[in-house]
Design a protein around this ligand. Structure first.
Ligand code: SDX
Length: 431
């Protein structure tokens, strides 16, 4: 727990209120206002939570000014280069890098939960073929509550553990089947002799008519994309999962809420929107037109994949993703990918533009990810489901941390009410 040697003094109507200041292991101090309303009969006001800490956490730390992202203290660029997704998942869930035996046991437990209850196939078939895969994921993940009753009691640590493993293990199958259903191909079942990323690629791209051999370049790139999306502090979808979970709702329903929130174009939906934007730009010579639109206050257009609430420097994930895009496209022989050329030139021009410099807008995790996923053969509609698949371990880790926190209570924000004060009902004949 943070130490509380310092305090802040708030003066309201000539009266002073002492508020404890909590000092973290990294990042800004936090003014503890939990008793403010009781003491001073006032609320604080922070729509969008730009200056509000909603919890304490030991999982992920972001320094937006330095462009630093740590998972349990380990820098994301080191994890992306030296680790792999299920090892990072273990780190996020349990707090330390696993021994070889711990990792083998964890990967085995995940592998043994990758299949879905066979009756869940009926949920997929209830959707229109042209349903967005995220709509399917929201529905099917929520429906897991109806099938896995033996892991919905959040007061039981063992059930919490089983639900965690089930969600991490089954998200690739759900995402892959949402894709297969969307394109009218038969579902492909997971294979236990494949690693996590290879299994997902095979479930997405293999067909019964021929053998599917996993391309190691693609599975390494897929695994790295999963790692780069695993967790990111108290972002909108993670905060959604925490708030939903604070009522005691079961983990499957809460993760479904996280999937729903992630779908928005300002959040996880940006990877799809970004590639569609790059395609709309189409060529380098049209970039200035779009830069001007992004700067125009009267134009709702924004450069998708640019900007971030926390990063006011490069998103370290974007740097790794950019390197990976170069490697994967080169290894795949996708020379001079026009979309990648537009992205690189757009980034160069934007980073030199005074507007973007002044507002500290840099490429974020969504700027390059879509280029790699597109080169791997995924349609843009699958970009956010892949983000949701990877972020599930972050949502689950944050969920476990909150549920185990003795301070945990239901989240219930207040408001600045600016509506009508009390008034009497008026009969319709008198209106
Ligand atoms: C993710 O929180 C997380 O950690 C999220 C995430 C994760 O891993 O969970 O990192 C994943 O969601 C990444 C972000 C993906 N979204 C996009 O790429 C969509 C485009 N970006 C923006 O919509 C925006 O930058 C946000 C939503 C990401 C951040 O918005 P903020 O923090 O609320 O900032 P803002 O909207 O107040 O913008 C500040 C200023 C504004 O101008 P002014 O009103 O001050 O004049 O910068 C401008 C904005 O108009 N601005 C942009 C811009 N982003 C912000 N102008 C043009 N293009 C952009 N992309």
């Amino acid at each position: 727990m943070a130490d509380t040697k310092k305090s802040a003094t708030l003066t309201i109507d000539g009266k002073n209120y002492e508020l404890p200041v909590l000092s973290p292991t990294a990042g800004p101090d936090v003014i503890d206002i939990r008793k403010l309303y009781a003491q001073a009969d006032v609320f604080t006001y922070d729509p969008g939570f730009t200056s509000t800490a909603s919890c304490d956490s030991t999982i992920t730390f972001i320094d937006g000014d330095k462009g630093e992202l740590l998972h349990r203290g380990y820098p994301i660029d080191q994890l992306a280069e030296k680790s792999h997704f299920l090892e990072v998942a273990y780190l996020l869930l349990y707090g330390e890098l696993p021994s070889a035996d711990q990792l083998e046991d964890f990967e085995s437990r995940v592998t043994m939960h990758t299949m879905l209850h066979e009756q869940m196939v009926n949920f997929f078939r209830g959707f229109r073929r042209d349903a967005h895969p995220m709509a399917v994921m929201v529905g099917v993940v929520g429906a897991m509550s109806a099938f896995y009753h033996d892991s919905t009691d959040i007061s039981d640590p063992w059930q919490r553990e089983v639900a965690s493993i089930r969600l991490i293990a089954k998200m690739p199958t759900i995402a892959a089947w949402a894709y297969k259903y969307h394109i009218g191909q038969p579902f492909v079942y997971p294979k236990n002799d494949l690693d996590y990323a290879s299994n997902f690629l095979r479930m997405c791209f293999s067909v019964p008519a021929e053998e599917y051999v996993v391309n190691p370049i693609l599975s390494r790139a897929m695994d790295r994309i999963f790692t780069l999306h695993a967790d990111h502090e108290q972002n909108a979808s993670t905060s959604t999962v925490r708030l939903a979970s604070s009522s005691g709702a079961n983990p499957f329903a809460c993760i479904a809420a996280g999937v729903a929130c992630l779908w928005g174009p300002a959040h996880g939906g940006a990877n799809q929107a970004c590639l569609e934007m790059l395609r709309e730009i189409g060529s380098v010579d049209r970039i200035p037109e779009f830069i001007e639109r992004a700067k125009d206050k009267n134009d709702p257009f924004r450069l998708m994949g640019f900007g971030h609430r926390v990063y006011k420097n490069f998103d370290p994930r974007a740097k790794v993703m950019k390197q990976s895009a170069d490697e994967v496209l080169d290894l795949l022989g996708v020379e001079n990918n026009p979309t990648l050329q537009v992205a690189k030139e757009l980034e160069r021009i934007a980073l030199e533009d005074p507007y973007f410099k002044e507002k500290k807008l840099y490429p974020n995790v969504d700027f390059y990810s879509g280029i790699i996923l597109d080169a791997m053969g995924f349609p843009t509609s699958m970009f956010t489901p892949i983000f949701a698949l990877a972020r599930t371990v972050g949502w689950i880790s944050q969920w476990k941390e909150m549920i185990a926190d003795p301070q945990m209570k239901i989240g219930r924000p207040r408001q600045l009410y600016v509506g009508e004060t009390a008034r009497d009902y008026v009969d319709v004949e008198d209106r």
